[in-house]
Design a protein around this ligand. Structure first.
Ligand SMILES: [Zn+2]
Length: 396
């Protein structure tokens, strides 16, 4: 890699005139090699640039992808072929590119500071909506927050970011970070007292341009940790969306912004207390149902509303344990669906596991369980379910 494309000479160049050198089919697209380019090809963890080529007749051709071929040429993927020799005007989507430059340089600062403080290597780097960095060792959230503070201090110092091509024997340039085995010409990115790293990506000229570095999360990953972070415009968007969500929550709870956590905790406590009270009332209700439901042909069939799966099971269990009938069935209609009922059936006398396939077949149902209890759904009218259950268990 010779690093002589225009995007390396000036990563801030948004427009350039060039001409088509070669055009070859690449799957459903065409691959163009140009006399020079400002389109960065995907590599070193940095995604390919976006933008378009404009021909002399004013036609704008979107660039779908940019990759380096095995011969190290930059290939621009477009929809239709262009003749070699055709002059083209290149325009990159610089908003997108600048955000990548902010994020990429921010990643150098964080990885460099961690390397200097803990000796860890960056063993995985990916940029999309957020940046992920995989480190070779573990870090606590408190340590990561300390790195974040130092990283933002590097931004506020507005340090110069230098690109260096070291020559053999260059003193002080030997101890650099590298994400992979290097061959050929080495390109180093240097941020004073922060990082020295071999990299083929594009970076801002001064750290102040990054604006802000915010670490979002930290999790254990492959013997080390994975950090998610955002920089610059992406950090601002992240702040905006979190502020919007916090504002919405505080308005719903009618509290001040800093009171949101306490208010949510109170709400959860209240909700827990209510759930406990509902469970207690349910038990009283279940006992009452056990006393008042009468068996018919040895089976109690109970129709309930608004009980969840656990509650239906509890009631059915109580009916079975009361010994008032040979079989107990609790049915609960599925709201909004016609002829659809959840069921739990319990018995001490019948082998329900054996009965379940026949019942499901007769009542278009599904489900199963143990010898003493089965559960599932029937998709038949209520009267039909009662008829089939009575007939299945009567006289036995
Ligand atoms: Zn880089």
């Amino acid at each position: 890699m010779l690093f002589n494309e225009s995007y390396y000479r000036d990563p801030y160049l948004t427009d350039l005139d060039a001409e088509v050198i070669r055009c070859s089919p690449e799957g459903s697209l065409c691959g163009l090699v140009l006399s020079d380019t400002i389109f960065y090809p995907e590599g070193g963890g940095q995604p390919a640039d976006r933008g378009f080529l404009r021909t002399e007749n004013g036609e704008e051709i979107p660039v779908r992808d940019v990759q380096r071929n095995p011969g190290q040429e930059v290939v621009h993927f477009v929809d239709a072929p262009l003749e070699p020799g055709t002059p083209v005007h290149l325009s990159v989507d610089f908003g997108y590119r600048f955000s990548l430059m902010q994020n990429h340089t921010g990643e150098h600062i964080v990885s460099g500071l961690i390397h200097r403080a803990f000796g860890y290597e960056n063993v995985g780097f990916h940029m999309s909506d957020v940046i992920t960095i995989d480190l070779s060792g573990e870090l606590s959230w408190e340590q990561a927050m300390d790195i974040e503070k130092k990283a933002n201090a590097v931004i506020w110092k507005n340090l110069q970011v230098d690109i260096i091509f070291p020559k053999e024997g260059d003193e002080g340039l030997q101890d650099f970070r590298s994400k992979k085995e290097l061959e050929g010409k080495i390109r180093l990115v240097s941020i004073p007292d922060t990082d020295l790293c071999a990299c083929c990506g594009l970076h801002v000229r001064r750290t102040g341009e990054i604006g802000l570095i915010k670490l979002l999360s930290l999790m254990k990953y492959k013997g080390g940790v994975r950090i998610e972070m955002v920089c610059g415009e992406k950090a601002l968007s992240d702040y905006e969306s979190k502020l919007d969500s916090n504002t919405e929550i505080k308005n719903l709870l009618s509290v001040k912004p800093h009171e949101v956590t306490g208010a949510v905790k109170r709400l959860l406590d209240e909700s827990g207390e209510k759930s406990a009270r509902i469970a207690k009332l349910n038990l009283l209700y279940f006992d009452m149902r056990v006393r008042e439901l009468e068996p018919e042909d040895g089976i109690i069939i109970d129709l309930e509303e608004d009980l969840d799966g656990t509650e239906i099971r509890k009631l059915c269990e109580k009916l079975k344990n009361s010994g008032r009938s040979s079989v107990s069935a609790v049915l609960c209609p599925v709201s909004g669906e016609k002829d659809s009922f959840r069921y739990v059936i319990a018995s001490k006398d019948h082998d329900l596991k054996e009965k379940a396939p026949d019942l499901n077949r007769s009542l278009k149902g599904r489900g199963g369980g143990s010898k003493e209890m089965i559960q599932g759904s029937f998709f038949s009218p209520y009267d039909e379910i009662c008829k089939v259950l009575r007939s299945a268990f009567s006289g036995q």
